[in-house]
Design a protein around this ligand. Structure first.
Ligand code: 2P0
Length: 327
């Protein structure tokens, strides 16, 4: 007997960043975050629980997953089995519609799609709070991809994480902005996010200030999104991004995800702003720069960024939907 379900989730980009955990085992963040769910970069995941399987099989982009990667998927499946009161092993097939080694984040969309597909395949109808808890076991940024548009994930204070549940600030069609993803390198990241966060928390003299100044950024960004104020939002987006990177650069040994093209795109965006355009940068645990801008200016800004040395291509994203069950 086999129950199969397929789900799709988009990646999301944090506008106010998450960096640091208050609980490593439950993957609870030390700070809240605010993100935009994207429209095109996504993961599609199929899960089938099968009485004939003797162990979980996990295939990511056509390749069997191993080690830590496979364990994280199995951990989510274990909780689904517990909740459903069933013990069947699962076959998991997951595909990203972008190259895995491109350095574009896939864990957020991957674990959001896995949570939804596994729950449905096990016959569970779970609320956002439970889907998000499942997704969070895999990756701290994944709960945000459960919802579409502009999403807030509070850090919460409760030990069980029941107050760390994503909520919508604005739905996808409520504000016509773009996020331009300037792809500028394919190197696998030198330091994984989980390790980078632990090192920053443990050794950076700026980590405490990062955490202490975070609540004000959350409030300012949420207010700016509700008011559709791109300049107000952009100022917080850049500040949160540079604070996060400054705190990790001050760790021992230092963590630097940027390359030369990262800096050149930052400078180009600054020039564009001086020329009167509304463009604001954010950068994650890799070299690519993402640029927030109004839809009406996005072609002009994308053209300029595409000309920066080292930029391979520019992907234009708009606010996209939350996780979808396909079958
Ligand atoms: C974010 N990042 O808010 C931050 C900003 C990268 C920089 O969340 O350890 O894969 O699995 O919770 O979510 C990327 O790290 O890390 C991330 P874990 P995750 O988007």
């Amino acid at each position: 007997m086999m129950h199969v379900s397929k789900a799709r989730a988009r990646t999301n980009i944090a506008l106010v960043k998450y960096w640091g955990k208050r609980d490593g085992a439950l993957n609870l963040p030390a700070v809240g975050s605010i993100s935009m769910t994207l429209s095109s970069l996504h993961t599609t995941t199929e899960v089938g629980f099968d009485t004939r399987l003797s162990e979980d099989t996990v295939v990511i982009n056509g390749r069997p997953a191993q080690g830590r990667e496979r364990e994280r998927v199995c951990a989510v499946l274990d909780v689904v089995r517990q909740t459903a009161g069933a013990g069947h092993r699962a076959a998991v097939r997951t595909e990203n519609n972008f190259p895995t080694a491109s350095g574009l984040a896939s864990s957020a969309s991957g674990f959001a799609a896995l949570a939804a597909a596994a729950a449905r395949a096990a016959g569970l109808e779970l609320p956002v709070s439970e889907l998000s808890r499942l997704a969070r076991l895999g990756s701290g940024s994944a709960p945000r991809s459960i919802l579409g548009g502009f999403v807030e994930l509070p850090a919460g204070v409760l030990a069980d994480g029941s107050d760390c549940v994503p909520r919508e600030i604005l739905p996808p069609d409520a504000w016509d902005v773009r996020l331009l993803v300037a792809v500028n390198g394919r190197a696998e990241k030198a330091v994984g996010s989980t390790e980078g966060m632990e090192r920053t928390k443990g050794t950076s003299p700026y980590y405490r200030q990062w955490v202490e100044t975070h609540a004000a950024d959350m409030q300012a960004a949420a207010d700016a999104i509700r008011a559709r104020g791109i300049a107000r939002l952009g100022a917080v987006v850049e500040s949160s991004c540079f604070k996060m990177h400054a705190s990790m650069m001050a760790a021992t040994p230092p963590i630097l995800y940027w390359n030369g093209a990262t800096v050149e795109v930052i400078r180009t965006v600054r020039d564009l702003r001086n020329a009167g355009l509304d463009a604001y940068v954010t950068i994650d645990a890799g070299p690519h720069v993402k640029v927030l801008c109004p839809a009406a200016q996005s072609s002009e800004i994308a053209d300029r960024i595409a000309k920066v040395d080292g930029v391979e291509r520019v992907i234009v994203e708009r606010p996209g939907p939350g996780v979808e069950i396909l079958t």
